[in-house]
Design a protein around this ligand. Structure first.
Ligand SMILES: NC(=O)c1ccc[n+]([C@@H]2O[C@H](COP(=O)([O-])OP(=O)(O)OC[C@H]3O[C@@H](n4cnc5c(N)ncnc54)[C@H](OP(=O)(O)O)[C@@H]3O)[C@@H](O)[C@H]2O)c1
Length: 407
């Protein structure tokens, strides 16, 4: 039933961006995500699960037969965040069930629900999250069906509306702020992390003519790829604490859940320089320690602070959001039919086998004696007639069901 689709999520609309980071499930080296989530599935009778962490939301999209009531939410929180005060967590959750869950998924994928409406990163993140959960055996046929429809909806919205026009993203807004802070393209820039976000950062820096860039990353080859893009230097992350060339601006963005830039590393990086520095910290949770932020002379640019720019961006796209929501209303209706049809297909999956078994039983058991008395020619005709009936009968129930049951 479509009612089985559920979403529990924490978004920039229900919590501060800083708090969202606390809901991210830390990835430990080599330990698959499924080892954290399989227990949750079992305990709460969740048949399929997709987990999506981004910089403005943590979302659990799943299939479960019952209602999401208080006891479910208590168990959910206790399982995933055992150290938490449950009422604090519950106050930040948004819950969607059935068609509302699918509608929310569509809105997320088309960036209608994003902090920066119109950013296209979300559809890549959603696809990657699905791929990962699918590979780890957490998802199944129902989530696959919903994901296919989600990608189709997002594509249609990006194609048929101007929602993604004049492309914006968290990164483009951060770069705007960085330039407004007076960082010029001949200054020294440190890039910490070499994932998708810093790849975008580097593309912008290149476009603006920045040339003095040093990239640090846990995996050196990825730092090298990024530094090649911008004509800079590459270093392993561990070399950060020995780096002695100073900096003017630093962009930090890794998937680490603990600060990467602490007081000790920051002091080393300063090399005794006293002028104001610009730090862009796009990670959720933040990668620069609170101590560094509060005790240093810095212009600190983080996602929370981009909300004002994000609101201006939203004003520009309001009309497009209305059109996008209309498209979603139609694709949601289509999805309901598609889902019902799929359930029928699954239910009728056994039909051919069962009809064949009836035929075999008729010949070999029920009418065995009569069949034995037939001559070869009649036997052959009878078998051909039964096979013809068998093939024709398979399609009839499906056809009747489609015309009478489907919406
Ligand atoms: N994508 C966006 O639109 C967007 C926008 C704003 C903010 N963010 C935030 O940016 C952060 C990174 O996102 P992403 O999309 O760039 O991720 P990504 O493409 O998966 O890259 C993750 C990066 O973090 C590094 N990393 C992961 N765990 C680490 C650890 N424990 N210690 C040190 N380095 C670690 C990875 O190093 P390896 O190369 O060694 O794996 C890689 O450089 C997240 O907090 C995300 O919420 C993303």
């Amino acid at each position: 039933m479509i009612d089985n689709y559920k979403i529990i999520t924490i978004t920039h609309k229900s919590a501060d961006i800083k708090d969202i980071g606390k809901f991210i499930i830390p990835e430990s080296n080599g330990i698959p995500l499924s080892s954290r989530l399989e227990g949750l599935k079992k305990e709460l009778s969740i048949s399929e699960l997709l987990y999506l962490p981004t910089c403005n939301r943590v979302m659990f999209f799943f299939c479960h037969e019952g209602k999401i009531n208080e006891s479910f939410l208590h168990q959910f929180t206790q399982n995933l965040y055992p150290e938490w005060d449950i009422s604090e967590a519950l106050a930040k959750f948004l819950i969607y069930e059935g068609k509302d869950a699918i509608r929310h998924l569509f809105e997320v994928s088309a960036s209608v629900d994003s902090l920066v409406v119109g950013e296209r990163e979300i559809i890549r993140q959603l696809r990657e999250a699905y791929h990962k959960c699918n590979q780890e055996g957490l998802t199944g046929d129902s989530i696959r069906l919903a994901m296919d429809a989600t990608v189709r909806t997002a594509k249609q919205i990006y194609a048929d509306t101007k929602i993604g026009e004049k492309q914006v993203s968290v990164v483009s807004l951060a770069i705007k702020k960085l330039l407004e802070a007076g960082v010029s393209n001949n200054q020294r820039v440190l890039i910490v992390g070499a994932g998708q976000t810093n790849l975008l950062v580097c593309k912008f820096l290149k476009k603006h003519g920045f040339s003095n860039i040093s990239v640090f990353n846990r995996t050196l080859t990825k730092a090298e790829e990024l530094s090649n893009l911008v004509g800079g230097s590459a270093f392993h992350l561990s070399e950060l604490e020995n780096y002695s060339k100073g900096f003017d601006c630093m962009v930090v963005c890794t998937g680490a859940v603990e600060p990467v830039i602490n007081k000790k590393i920051y002091s080393q990086l300063l090399q005794g320089e006293k002028d104001k520095k610009v730090i862009v910290d796009l990670a959720i949770p933040n990668n620069v320690s609170k101590e560094v932020v509060s005790s240093s002379d810095i212009d600190y640019i983080e996602i929370e602070g981009l909300k004002v720019l994000a609101k201006e961006n939203m004003a520009f796209r309001t009309k497009e959001v209305t059109i996008a929501k209309k498209i979603i209303a139609t694709t949601l209706k289509d999805f309901k039919s598609l889902y019902a049809e799929r359930q029928l297909e699954k239910a009728f999956h056994q039909m051919p086998k069962e009809i064949k078994a009836v035929k075999t039983k008729a010949i070999n058991e029920v009418f065995k004696k009569e069949v034995e008395d037939l001559d070869e020619e009649t036997k052959d005709l009878m078998e051909r007639m039964l096979s013809y009936m068998e093939k024709k009968c398979i399609g009839i129930p499906m056809k009747v069901a489609k015309s009478t049951i489907l919406p």
